[in-house]
Ligand binder design. Sequence first.
Ligand code: VGL
Ligand code: ZN
Length: 211
Amino acid sequence: MPARITPGPADALVLIDIQNDFCPGGALAVPDGDAVVPAANRLARLFPTTLLTQDWHPADHRSFASAHPGKAPFDTVALAYGAQVLWPDHCVQGTTGAAFHSGLDVSRAELVLRKGFRREIDSYSAFQENDRATATGLAGYLRERGIRRLFFAGLATDFCVAYSAEDAVRCGFEAVVIEDACRAIDLDGSLADAKGRLQAAGVRLAATADF
Ligand code: VGL
Ligand code: ZN
């Protein structure tokens, strides 16, 4: 990225899943997850458009280990659409765990996109659910608004941030991950995998210092 990035009208900041359950003390805490909050707030003041995503699962969601007798969190199972990592129950609709971190300034957000609300399908990506067939509608929203370039920050780098950025490119947007405004779960090398996929997809990396 150039030394200075000045967000313009075709740019949007997408803050991924900055929710209590992904922060220290939460059900699926990302190490140091709450460290993204000040960076996210600062970035949001620089962008003409900011969107938020919110992981939003029913209590009996199929991505929860609790829905699979004999399985434990972080095991992998085969669902109808393929391999799915099983997670601790997290971001259950309407709970405190699903709420945005209380320090996140949501006042500038123009859209809150909820995802993962279909019981049978997980959704890491803000664009397409894990069956790789069900669209969330975000691409259409962004196109209608004339947004062409997306900057991603939030949680977790190697799951929802990476899948969203890759899909953004697939949907025809430019995508940039603001690396130090993200934190990773890093499950069995998932961060290195995600970085390889981001590079292969043509997603660029930036830092908060570039703004
Ligand atoms: C996420 C695992 C399960 C994320 C959401 O936001 O990265 N990870 N649900
Ligand atoms: Zn989830």
